[in-house]
Design a protein around this ligand. Structure first.
Ligand SMILES: O=C(O)CCC(=O)C(=O)O
Length: 226
């Protein structure tokens, strides 16, 4: 299966939307996987363009973006993107992230408790194919990814036969929802591109186990070294 999913739907309001407005009853929603391997749903224009632009600017300016290095084989390499992470009950949570979490929670009927941020400065930034660590997410809750800024390709590939490849353009303002089960069956990644690419920010909402070690408010994301 290969999917060049694209499309957009204008929405002028800056307030949280009802489920009907969000397209959960068909308007623009694309169900990419819905079987025993899990469920992947893509919703273009989940966030209206004005709100998406305001969120992008606010996050780019206000987040204490971290650059990281990781051990790869026998050497340390730069993680090719900037990252940050908050718990949603953090008193210092930026208002933009509280809003984004509320929208995603409403759309997915999920009480997320964690938000990871990725800042792709240009086409050289990326995240390598990976699945979320299963011990870091709670079963039966989905992962929600809101994309802001430049469109970037996400590749979603099955780990086992039958081989499936989904090439999905993540557009500004879109929401991608992946069920927990998909993390068992698929890897996802954002490859580097030689095409000109402006900056992109992704907001990744998750339900983390309450037993997860306490960490400071802004943490480096460990998912995917790119
Ligand atoms: O930037 C994206 O859309 C993907 C981010 C991702 O895979 C992750 O945070 O684990």
């Amino acid at each position: 299966m290969r999917c060049g999913c694209a499309g957009s739907r204008g929405n002028e309001t800056a307030r949280p939307l009802s489920l009907t407005q969000l397209g959960f009853f068909g308007d623009g929603r694309q169900t990419l996987v819905d079987d025993e391997t899990g469920r992947i749903v893509y919703i273009p224009a989940f966030v209206d363009p004005q709100t998406a632009a305001a969120w992008f600017d606010a996050l780019r300016e206000s987040i204490a973006w971290q650059s990281e290095r990781r051990r790869m084989y026998d050497r340390d390499v730069d993680v090719p993107r900037l990252v940050a992470r908050y718990r949603l009950d953090d008193p210092d949570l930026p208002a933009t992230l509280a809003d984004a979490a509320e929208w995603a929670s409403l759309a997915t009927d999920t009480r997320f408790n964690s938000v990871g941020l990725n800042f792709y400065r240009d086409g050289r930034d990326s995240v390598a194919p990976h699945n979320d660590h299963l011990y870091e997410i709670v079963a039966e809750h989905p992962i929600a990814l809101i994309s802001l800024g430049a469109t970037r390709l996400m590749t979603i590939r099955s780990k086992n036969v039958p081989r499936r490849i989904l090439d999905l353009n993540l557009e500004n303002g879109s929401l991608l929802v992946m069920s927990y089960e998909t993390q068992l069956h698929y890897d996802h990644g954002v490859p580097k591109t030689k095409n000109p690419a402006d900056a992109r920010i992704s907001i990744a909402l998750r339900v983390r186990p309450s037993t997860a070690p306490a960490r400071s408010s802004v943490l480096s994301a460990v998912e995917g070294s790119g």
